[in-house]
Design a protein around this ligand. Structure first.
Ligand code: GAL
Length: 671
């Protein structure tokens, strides 16, 4: 990576050029060292087919070089221009009902379209050749938030064609496809790959195996779209990095795969009041306010490469398109920024420099208000930069060192989206029931994929392991055998990786001996929570109940209502040198607290804090740095361990102001 700590996303094309030097001078004075440019400026850089107007951007880069500001350049494929759409209207993506999503917003592109890809190759080649060696250009971002706005994917004929090729590659012959998709059901058998279509809106229902493949195909397509551009950039702009602004748990594209193409991962972090209504999103407002969900997303992003990352868009003011979120409280922007740092960000780039007077994002505010005159956000960020820049230089490369990992799988998530079982069962929310409890106890957490080496973790939590393959099964078996502690939850092993139900065996399939249980019955709880007792503690399970019959496992918690009252809800089985837990229902916070409590001591040495106050640490060979973050709107007092030294002399270690952070350190004793 490089040695930059703070930056901003800048859109000079929105402003009169007389303003550019004023902006860059202010940025420099503020302590910003890097800007991201051009990721939405296709029509300003190629206003008509093949006519490139790079002069204005060259002027901006000249100014950057004069002010010693570094640049990350974006390719503009998230917003193809009107002339291109006029030429090839079928670039506009097709929704599952066959309608088009038209020009006028962004991401109105089909990533399979061969004609569109030709235009991209020409643009990116010309662009990278022209700017790739400029002194100030240190790196690249392909497109913007790949997967964003692709909720309904693209179902057009070009995507269908690629899908067929992808299927042929995967299954080799049509008989294998028929078998893996179970096409004898409802007379869906295919004679040739040509007969297969995208899973568009049907008269009724869908084939779950087909939809799963479709979702995986789309993730691969987006990765291929990224590679198309990244390969060109690498050949014309050598020694520069390529990163991408990911979006936490957004699931259209597998970030595990994307991360392999990147020099380092970046993330866009918007903490307060997403522009959507909370009911539409996956987390509660309270969860956000206490900083828990943002923390989980940061941990996930760090986990993609188990390395430091950038924030490419850190919220700098009010967020909102049509509806706005709350204005960040005094101190809150600094708090959020330091939360990103605490979880492993080495560079923070704010979105955006100045609130834009036009377009969809008029109310997604920047560091400067519409007037361009510095206000509270500007002064708060400036003060933050002055205060923490030396610290960030010092801690660069240090990381949290979690002993617990939560398995996050795109495919399990897809399978649950296809058949959620219960109207409110949601994969990420289900994972969050574990994360919440760990986070509230200041336990650092990594996320892992289903097939990596987990031996460094003493606890692996693998919620909803619904699709089970042989390799994955062996990985779990090996992990527990060698002494690991594994927690799985309801619906484990129900299906094979092709989304067909397991037959010939009781659930949870081949892992029965590791888990020491059988699941012979289950209950979708709908609106009825089920009473559960765990070590005398009473609580409730919701949404789903796997009714467990221990074979060799010991019962830890028992259902107390319904016809299965008295039967096991949570079990533990000793297997090899390790322990395997089965949690049959979604636990409420009381039960989760008591379930995880015995494990917590060995997972963290950080002090306990009240809800809404978070402690996270980063360490290198010589030192551990502690970040104490108060997400509450009231002052909090916490006990700071004796051996921690305040990083800033003016820190009042007895009191944390509302929305504030404190930093401490502890040198490691190598003697
Ligand atoms: C991000 C996106 C930015 C901007 C911002 C505010 O998701 O990357 O381009 O749109 O949201 O809406």
């Amino acid at each position: 990576m490089n040695h930059l700590q703070f930056g901003v996303d800048y859109y000079p094309e929105h402003w009169n050029k007389n303003r550019w030097p004023v902006d860059l001078k202010m940025m420099k004075e503020m302590g910003l060292d890097v800007i991201r440019l051009a990721e939405f400026s296709w029509s300003a850089l190629e206003p008509s087919d093949g006519q490139f107007t790079f002069d204005w951007l060259d002027e901006v880069l000249d100014l950057c070089e004069a002010y010693k500001i570094k640049v990350v350049l974006g390719t503009p494929t998230a917003a193809p221009p009107a002339w291109l759409i006029e030429q090839m209207p079928d670039i506009q993506p097709m929704a599952s009902d066959g309608s088009r999503r038209y020009f006028g917003g962004r991401h109105h592109d089909c990533q399979s379209h061969p004609g569109y890809r030709e235009k991209i190759i020409r643009y990116v080649t010309t662009f990278a050749k022209h700017f790739g060696k400029r002194e100030c250009v240190i790196g690249w971002q392909v497109d913007n938030e790949l997967g964003n706005s692709h909720g309904d994917l693209c179902y057009c004929e070009y995507c269908e064609k690629r899908f067929r090729q992808w299927l042929e590659n995967k299954y080799e012959n049509i008989d294998a496809l028929n078998e893996n998709w179970g096409t004898t059901f409802w007379s869906q058998g295919y004679q040739t790959f040509e007969e297969i279509h995208a899973p568009k809106k049907t008269a009724s229902g869908h084939n779950p195996s087909q939809v799963l493949d479709w979702k995986i195909f789309h993730s691969d397509l987006i990765n291929d779209f990224h590679a198309l551009q990244a390969n060109i950039i690498r050949s014309y702009s050598k020694d520069r990095f390529i990163t991408h602004n990911c979006m936490g748990f957004s699931d259209i594209v597998s970030y595990y795969d994307l991360a392999k193409q990147l020099d380092f991962v970046s993330h866009d972090q918007y903490c307060e009041g997403y522009w959507k209504n909370y009911e539409e999103t996956t987390v509660t407002e309270e969860n956000h306010r206490q900083g828990i969900f943002p923390a989980a997303e940061l941990d996930f992003i760090r986990s993609l490469k188990k390395d430091n990352f950038w924030i490419m868009e850190q919220q700098s003011s009010i967020a909102g398109w049509e509806i706005m979120g709350r204005t960040p409280r005094p101190g809150q922007i600094g708090l959020w920024s330091m939360q990103s740092v605490a979880h492993g960000a080495d560079t923070i780039v704010y979105f955006r420099w100045r609130s834009c007077p036009m377009g969809t994002e008029q109310y997604w505010h920047g560091i400067l208000p519409h007037s361009g005159k510095p206000g509270r956000a500007f002064y708060e960020i400036k003060a933050l930069i002055q205060r923490v820049k030396p610290l960030m230089k010092e801690i660069k490369g240090s990381l949290p060192k979690p002993k617990v990992a939560i398995v996050y799988s795109y495919e399990q998530n897809y399978a649950m989206q296809i058949q959620p079982h219960h109207p409110d069962l949601h994969y990420v929310n289900h994972l969050m029931t574990f994360y919440n409890e760990l986070h509230q106890n200041n336990v650092p957490v990594d996320f892992v994929s289903e097939l990596e080496d987990w031996s460094q973790y003493s606890l692996v939590i693998a919620p909803f392991q619904y699709l089970m393959g042989q390799e994955q099964e062996q990985a779990y078996r090996k992990y527990v055998k060698n002494g690991g502690k594994l927690i799985v939850t309801m619906r484990t092993g129900v299906k094979m990786r092709n989304n067909l139900c397991l037959i010939d065996e009781e659930l949870p399939g081949n892992l029965q001996d590791v888990l020491g249980v059988q699941v012979n019955e289950y209950d979708c709880l709908r609106k009825n929570d089920v009473a559960v007792t765990l070590n005398e503690q009473k609580g409730y399970g919701s949404k789903w109940a796997d009714i467990l019959t221990p074979t060799t496992a010991q019962t830890l918690a028992t259902y107390r209502s319904e016809f299965y009252a008295g039967q096991a809800a949570i079990t533990v089985n000793h297997y090899g040198k390790g322990d395997a837990y089965y949690v049959g229902t979604e636990l409420d916070s009381t039960l989760m607290h008591h379930f995880l409590a015995p494990s917590l001591k060995e997972l963290t040495n950080l002090p306990q804090t009240p809800a809404g106050v978070e402690i996270t640490s980063r360490e290198n060979d010589n030192c551990t740095y502690y970040f104490v973050l108060n997400h509450r709107d009231e002052a909090m007092t916490i006990d700071i361990p004796q051996n921690w030294t305040a990083y800033f002399e003016d820190q009042d270690s007895s009191k944390l102001a509302p929305y504030s952070y404190q930093i401490y350190f502890e040198r490691k004793n190598h003697g």
